[in-house]
Design a binder for this molecule. Structure first.
Ligand SMILES: [Zn+2]
Length: 462
């Protein structure tokens, strides 16, 4: 069965076909690290992690890149408030990102590039756009000339005229056209800055994703993802930059998840209407929060409330209780009987939901149907090991695809391996070769093989 994907660019569901057979290249815009992420921010992390895992379940090899925006006005401001350098603010909130993402069973991306470590590529990208006549310098800033890219507006379905009329652009005397956007911003006095051909400054927000996607995934990718609020201007500008450079489609499929609302308003840091994942994790298990987010289709809004969280908790417990009961009955059930469970029927229902634009809501309904049937079976006086085993394995298999397993040993191991790799990277950076070798040995003993690649360290099980 094939996978259908809703493509924001064409505004319809399309049959998924990867550029390279058997491989998926995904780029998902990551967080600006100045704060703990809220449950609305968490949605794309969880959603695209689910999508990645489903591709893997279907046999694809997924190369998944998610960036960290680690220099920005908000980070600089937070540094002033907390008495930290922008670098220290970023490090602190990158650590907290990983801790909270781990709790939500969000696996590490193949690469997590940081803006401040990719400055050379970003500057080269801007220079290339200037050479091609798509960008211009203006008093130390560099702007993308939106009138030079014919497809500008195609992702968000707008024209230059209605963008200006809708005042969705920043007015500035330095720009040739109101719709132009900054690729490079000259530094204000005393502000953190990098040298460039246009003087000291730092990149505008949009260019980093184009540069990083190009570096880590190549000119063309299969999926570019993020929250629906990124469609314009962020993704529209990314698309313009990259396609102006390559003259090829940047991403085959643009995917956007809907918001999480709180009190019927979009959850947002700027309005103060939000709940951090960190606070919610004090109260709810990370698996329950993940279950809550995946209980809605990713293109439908989630209206977060205490009641919704309690319902998610109760719903999830129905599944784990069935698992416990199946295990319990297995201990005393007579062996040697044939399996009478139609596994194909359940697998077809589960996969049909997931194949339909990753409808995790319907996939969870398929799990509940399976659990109901298992519960009916559990109430019968005579049970057989084969059937109990079949129900148990199916429920565990489906939960595993969505990373919703109650005692997800693999997820625990993944987090442990990632933490050790991070420690080894740090040891190598500080030239502590002894400790780095020790960690490699430790990982080898755990059955983990490390490969040092130009894109960073990759690992796999032996
Ligand atoms: Zn981006």
């Amino acid at each position: 069965m094939s996978i259908q994907v809703y493509n924001s660019l064409t505004r319809q569901k399309e049959l998924f076909q990867s550029i390279e057979p058997g491989k998926v290249k995904m780029y998902v815009c990551g967080p600006t690290v100045y704060n703990y992420f809220h449950i609305g921010n968490a949605r794309p992390f969880v959603v695209f992690d689910m999508i990645r895992r489903y591709f893997e379940y279907k046999g694809y090899e997924v190369n998944y890149v998610q960036n960290f925006t680690d220099v920005d006005d908000k980070i600089i401001k937070r540094g002033h408030e907390e008495g930290l350098t922008p670098q220290e603010v970023a490090d602190k909130y990158i650590d907290s990102y990983f801790a909270d993402a781990d709790a939500l069973h969000v696996r590490r991306a193949t690469a997590h590039p940081r803006v401040t470590e990719e400055m050379r590529e970003i500057i080269e990208f801007i220079e290339d756009l200037i050479q091609r006549g798509h960008a211009y310098e203006s008093q130390g800033d560099v702007y993308f000339d939106t009138t030079t890219f014919e497809g500008y507006g195609k992702l968000s379905g707008q024209t230059l005229e209605n963008l200006i009329a809708g005042a969705r652009v920043e007015v500035s005397d330095l720009k040739r056209n109101q719709t132009d956007f900054a690729l490079w911003k000259s530094a204000k006095a005393g502000e953190i800055a990098w040298d460039s051909p246009w003087g000291p400054g730092r990149p505008g927000w949009h260019i980093e994703c184009s540069a990083m996607s190009m570096k880590y995934l190549g000119e063309q990718i299969d999926i570019h993802g993020g929250g629906v609020d990124l469609t314009f201007p962020h993704h529209e500008n990314e698309l313009a930059q990259t396609e102006a450079c390559t003259h090829k489609p940047f991403a085959t499929y643009w995917m956007h998840n809907a918001f999480v609302n709180l009190g019927n308003e979009k959850m947002s840091k700027s309005t103060g209407n939000f709940l951090t994942a960190r606070d919610l994790l004090q109260k709810y298990d990370g698996t329950v929060l993940r279950f809550l987010l995946l209980s809605a289709h990713y293109r439908n809004p989630v209206n977060f409330s205490e009641e919704l969280a309690e319902n998610a908790k109760a719903g999830y417990e129905r599944i784990t209780t069935a698992l416990l009961n199946l295990k319990h009955r297995l201990e005393s059930a007579p062996a040697g009987h044939a399996d009478t469970v139609d596994a194909d029927k359940y697998r077809t229902a589960f996969e049909a939901a997931m194949n339909d634009d990753f409808n995790s809501a319907d996939a969870i309904t398929a799990i509940f149907d399976l659990v109901s049937d298992a519960n009916v079976y559990l109430r019968s006086e005579q049970v057989e090991q084969g059937a109990l085993q079949a129900y148990l394995q199916l429920i565990e298999e489906f939960l595993d695809v969505l990373a919703l397993g109650p005692a997800d040993e693999d997820a625990g191991l993944d987090a442990q391996v990632e933490a050790l790799i991070q420690e080894r990277n740090d040891a190598r950076k500080s030239k502590n070769w002894g400790r780095a070798d020790e960690i490699r040995d430790e990982l080898t003993a755990m059955g983990i093989v490390l490969e040092d690649t130009p894109q960073g360290v990759r690992w796999r099980r032996k």
